[in-house]
Design a protein. Structure first.
Length: 250
């Protein structure tokens, strides 16, 4: 995991066990994602779940215990009930569905003309855990109209992604819990709307234009000495550029 991230000039979201407060792996998903505990809390009852994909490019922060995570995964199935399969049913059903889903994902991502939003959403969905989208939508419902209209590419991705790290970019949940960051305005005039951070820099949009679709990614240096606007980058295109290995900030 560390080698894969370092090759892309990225860092682990948190240290790994046995370092203090390190992440402890406890499970895998059907699509080779990794489930870990965030052991920051001294009380094991308060350990939450971190979920990453097989490439370690998406890290989802989920404020669930292992038992709540499993319960949400079970009840998040389309039928809403657990699948107790015979071996014969498994051979003819679940296994091949996973294989078919992986093939479908590969075909979508192989499309050279794929749009940025579709590429990111496809990769988030390919992690393959029922219940994650439901939780992401819960967060969107909580924020309501607090920030007015928001860019459609941001909303489409955040309906699938509940917050965490994408290709080394920390993306805040739409609605942050007590003591945790969420979507927020940084200045009194409300012209800079922050959605995340990279290397101590605050990333967001300059919202001087009325139409959210015209907002472009901007960032503020850690010491607030300068603001840079990436005139050609939307939320989705910026994340996709990072996923494709381009970490430039200009």
């Amino acid at each position: 995991m560390k080698e894969a991230l370092e090759s892309r000039e990225q860092e682990l979201r948190l240290p790994l066990y046995p370092r203090p407060h390190g992440m402890v792996p406890w499970g895998r998903t059907a699509n080779d994602g990794v489930l870990l505990w965030d052991t920051t809390s001294a009380d094991t009852a308060d350990w939450t779940t971190v979920l990453t994909d097989a490439d370690f490019q998406f890290w989802l922060d989920l404020p669930f215990s292992a038992s709540e995570f499993v319960a949400r995964a079970v009840t998040g199935r389309s039928e809403g009930t657990p699948a107790f399969e015979t071996y014969q049913e498994y051979e003819t059903g679940t296994f091949w569905k996973v294989a078919d889903d992986k093939f479908a994902t590969a075909m979508v991502l192989a499309n050279r003309d794929i749009e940025a939003v579709e590429e990111i959403v496809t990769r988030v969905r390919s992690i393959g855990v029922p219940g994650v989208r439901q939780y992401a939508e819960e967060l969107l419902d909580r924020v309501g109209e607090s920030f007015g209209a928001l860019p459609e590419d941001y909303l489409a991705i955040m309906r699938e992604f509940p917050g965490g790290v994408v290709a080394g970019v920390r993306v805040f949940p739409v609605s942050g819990g007590p003591g945790t960051p969420g979507l927020r305005r940084l200045d009194e005039d409300g012209l800079f709307l922050q959605w995340g951070e990279v290397g101590g820099r605050a990333f967001g949009w300059l919202t001087v234009k009325d139409a959210p679709e015209e907002w472009r990614v901007a960032y503020i240096e850690p010491d607030a000495s300068a603001l840079t606007c990436l005139e050609d980058q939307t939320f989705a295109t910026f994340l996709r550029r990072r996923l494709r290995g381009d970490n430039s900030l200009f």
